[in-house]
Design a binder for this molecule. Structure first.
Ligand code: FAD
Ligand code: NAI
Length: 471
């Protein structure tokens, strides 16, 4: 039971990667902290219904796909291969549970008070919580941190019904493999969860409003991923606007308008609407205490130190400007807590990597080639295909390319885009280089273990100066 009447240095609303990390860092720096969470578990969207369960299913479905399609190429024969979906979902749930209870353990270790209930800011220095176990508690605080995250965007003409027309939350736990999954939106969620169910045997059709999948990605790399996913059997309808739909029993019909004005009809048994997420700023009592919220986006405006217009109230994570990514929320949580403790917290928004965990993965940091052109930068490009990388050949994972953009005069790395196996791990080298204002030459001079996939990054860096060894 939380000491409801206690006063804390900091009360955090939301125990996602933004909130729980801020709470831990503030506690490490000597602050007394309470963290309010309306779910019964800690970890927020990321651990409960986001990053972690989606990656657990991506990894399981990838193993099945490899066993089915690729083991024979390695000389491994398997018979009687089948998917045990309840076991796969149970493994995913076990991964989630171990991580959410891990956060509870970290709270205990750092003497953070978890308060399970729905919080509302009652004044610049107090939070009222409707406790999950019943009753109310008032928490007094010197400082309040809003880290309430985001929620899926609903299409008004195709509203979520929790069963047939669903968001990512339900698509992480379909009780059976859909026959035909219609995915609206070819962004992060559509491609990751579309890949999961395709690998497990569903027909998957992705309908995207814009002319490209992953519209914000480097165009060349996005189109590589598009080709690869098409080869894997995902069907794409681009420049196609969904206009409506109807559910009859277990069947659903989605209506859409193609670029040429023709009406398209898609029939399936499940629809995943993945057209973005919006900040969760409602019901927090923000208007009552005078915290500004952007009426268009629902985001809470903050200054360079995460402060809202009310000096004792700060905000981080999906609730504020910037990419809706767990590591961005964590970075902000740490920087906020350090600033609160009188240190110099800082987030470099130019070097936040983004990864789409399809296979091949698409990982990026810095600017795209299109942005370099828009900004009229004088740049050079180095590329290297995994096809020419020894380790990729040994692994039978030769799809994809590393692409490095560097300033033509100074050679400073401007952006790195990796479409390929384990791109999510390899992008870290690019982030480090950019953080230290490094050059393509710097990457090229660093020893990279042989044989390793990371040698493709070095070769791409050499290719910036037209001197790749193996290309
Ligand atoms: P959240 O994680 O959303 O946490 C906010 C918490 O606040 C929630 O637990 C909520 O219950 C609680 N809350 C809200 N209002 C109140 C209230 N009034 N009182 C008490 N509690 C409240 N990002 C990545 O970087 N990598 C990935 O691989 C990735 N995969 C994803 C996959 C999916 C399917 C989804 C949906 C998202 C994914 N994301 C991923 C995005 C990532 O989950 C978010 O960017 C991240 O969780 C944001 O952290 P946050 O702390 O701002 O908010
Ligand atoms: P998204 O913004 O990644 O993609 C949405 C897609 O839907 C876009 O391509 C957009 O053009 C399209 N779209 C929008 N309206 C449409 C319409 N009416 N009809 C057809 N297409 C339409 O959003 P998504 O996939 O919902 O994910 C939300 C956020 O969650 C991401 O932006 C990301 O920040 C986070 N996330 C991150 C992951 C990761 O880091 N690997 C994985 C999953 C989610």
């Amino acid at each position: 039971m939380p000491p409801e009447s206690a006063r804390h240095d900091l009360v955090v609303i939301g125990a996602g990667p933004g909130g729980y990390v801020a709470a831990i860092r503030a506690a490490q720096l000597g602050k007394t902290v309470a963290c309010v969470e309306k779910r019964s578990t800690l970890g927020g969207t990321c651990l409960n219904i986001g990053c972690i369960p989606s990656k657990a299913l991506l990894d399981s479905s990838e193993l099945y796909h490899l066993a089915h399609e690729r083991f024979s190429r390695h000389g491994i024969k398997v018979g009687g291969l089948e998917v045990d979906l309840p076991a796969m979902l149970a493994r995913k749930d076990a991964v989630v549970k171990s991580l959410t209870t891990g956060v509870a353990g970290l709270f205990k270790k750092n003497k953070i008070t978890p308060v399970y209930g729905t919080a509302r800011v009652a004044s610049p220095n107090s939070v009222v919580v409707r406790l999950n176990e019943g009753g109310e508690a008032t928490l007094e605080a010197d400082h309040i941190l809003l880290a309430s995250g985001s929620e899926p965007v609903n299409l008004p003409f195709l509203p979520f019904d929790g069963r047939t027309i669903v968001s990512s939350t339900e698509a992480l736990g379909f009780e059976r493999v859909p026959e035909h999954l219609i995915v609206i939106g070819a962004g992060y969620i559509g491609l990751e969860l579309g890949s999961v169910w395709k690998r497990l045997g569903a027909k998957v059709t992705v309908v995207e409003f814009l002319p490209r999948i992953v519209p914000l990605a480097d165009v060349e790399m996005g189109s590589l991923l598009h080709k690869s996913l098409t080869k894997q059997g995902l069907e794409f309808f681009l420049e196609t606007k969904v206009t409506g739909g109807r559910v009859e029993g277990d069947r659903v019909t989605v209506l859409a308008e193609a670029k040429d004005g023709k009406t398209l009809t898609f029939e399936g048994d499940r629809v995943l609407v993945a057209v973005g997420r919006r900040p969760f700023s409602e019901g927090l009592g923000l208007a009552e205490v005078g915290v500004q919220v952007d009426p268009k986006t629902g985001k809470v405006p903050i200054d360079g130190h995460f402060r809202t217009n009310v000096p004792t109230i700060s905000a981080i994570g999906d609730l504020v400007e910037g990419p809706m990514l767990a590591h961005k929320a964590e970075d902000e949580g740490i920087a906020f807590a350090e600033t609160l403790a009188g240190k110099y917290g800082h987030v470099d928004y130019d070097t936040i990597p983004g990864v789409i965990y399809t296979w091949p993965e698409l990982a990026s940091v810095g600017i795209t080639e299109e942005q370099a052109k828009q900004r009229k930068l004088d740049y050079r490009v180095g590329k290297f295909p995994f096809m020419a990388n020894g380790r990729a050949k040994a692994m039978d994972e030769t799809e994809g390319v590393v692409k490095i953009l560097a300033d033509a005069k100074t050679d400073r790395v401007l952006g790195v885009h990796i479409c390929g196996p384990r791109a999510s791990d390899m992008i870290a080298e690019a982030v480090t280089t950019m953080e230290f204002a490094g050059s393509a030459e710097d990457i090229a001079r660093i020893s990279h273990a042989h044989p390793s996939l990371s040698e493709a990054v070095r070769e791409a860096a050499l290719a910036v100066d037209r001197r790749a060894i193996h290309g």
